[in-house]
Design a binder for this molecule. Structure first.
Ligand SMILES: [Zn+2]
Length: 313
């Protein structure tokens, strides 16, 4: 279990209401129920009528199993088959829908996330299968929405280390370890969404380019007095600077406490749920963490269904 986190932002009451595994399994007891859900969500709200592209009109569809055991719905007027998983992350997967749904349930039912190793244990699948599902869900369903942040936006950067190899590092090893430190830029709307980006450098274009790409020019920026933010000031509606280098952390509503608190949680989460996050997967880890934060007011059931809706798009 990840350590309890005292920096955790206050959550909406609804998020404490439980969505137990029993309730989840009652809703999705088998592959057929999962498929039916995709069919209704993607094609047929009443489960029977859908738009047939070949007939170019609304027709009655009947469920039908192919010889390979693959389920599809067939247009009763022209015989066209519709596969509810087409174009989703479940298409062409040999893993059952029930396991996919269960993996999504597990990934949304813990506060700090779950590792592929934990999925392997909970689902009773091979590690490779667990990792593939985990990675697909994370990179395809929890990816950033690409909508720029607006309003009052706090921006800050932090260094993320890989795990040191052991407690007794030589000076050289310690230096190499510091060199591998990666900078992460965090941008958060006060009371709203967060975006995280791995950046090559905390200076110049890598930093300012990431801000421009993720924060709307109408926004009011809140940053510390790090020089790399200064050139951005004239491109934004406002820029409030808190003078950290002079030891000032809050001046009225000028502070970067939201993003700093977020970074604190992020680092605790990284220590808890994952043994180490390699650089290769860091951005997708950050996206998953941001996704969770951006759905923080959802209860567990709503969070699972938000992920499911993303999968059913
Ligand atoms: Zn038809």
């Amino acid at each position: 279990m990840p350590p309890a986190n005292r920096h955790e932002p206050k959550r909406a009451k609804s998020s404490h209401s439980d969505y137990s595994v029993t309730e989840f399994l009652a809703e999705f007891p088998d592959d057929a129920a999962c498929l039916e859900h995709l069919w209704r969500t993607r094609y047929s709200p009443d489960g029977e009528h859908a738009h047939c592209p070949r007939c170019d009109g609304e027709k009655v569809f009947k469920r039908y199993a192919t010889k390979q055991g693959r389920q599809s719905w067939t247009c009763t007027a022209c015989g066209l088959h519709v596969h509810p998983t087409a174009g989703t992350i479940f298409a062409k997967s040999s893993t059952s829908l029930k396991l996919w749904f269960h993996a999504m349930y597990l990934m949304t039912s813990t506060r700090c996330g779950i590792s592929a190793k934990q999925l392997e244990r909970e689902l009773g699948v091979h590690y490779k299968t667990a990792w593939r599902m985990f990675n697909k869900i994370r990179t395809e369903l929890m990816k950033d929405d690409a909508l720029p942040l607006k309003g009052n936006v706090e921006i800050d950067e932090t260094g993320v280390h890989g795990r040191p190899r052991g407690p007794k590092m030589t000076k050289k090893e310690a230096a190499q370890w510091r060199e591998r430190q990666v900078s992460v830029l965090g941008m958060v709307e006060r009371g709203g969404r967060v975006k995280l980006r791995v950046i090559e450098s905390r200076r110049g274009e890598p930093l300012s380019g990431a801000v421009r790409a993720n924060v709307n020019p109408d926004a009011i920026m809140f940053t510390d007095d790090w020089g790399a933010y200064k050139p951005l000031a004239r491109e934004y509606a406002g820029h409030n600077v808190i003078n950290h280098s002079a030891g000032v952390y809050v001046w009225g509503d000028i502070h970067t406490n939201t993003i700093e608190g977020f970074f604190g949680n992020l680092k605790t989460g990284m220590r808890g749920a994952y043994k180490a996050v390699s650089q290769k997967w860091l951005q997708s880890y950050l996206d998953e963490y941001a996704w969770r934060y951006n759905h923080r007011t959802y209860g567990p059931r709503a969070m699972f269904h938000a992920l499911l809706d993303e999968a059913a798009r």
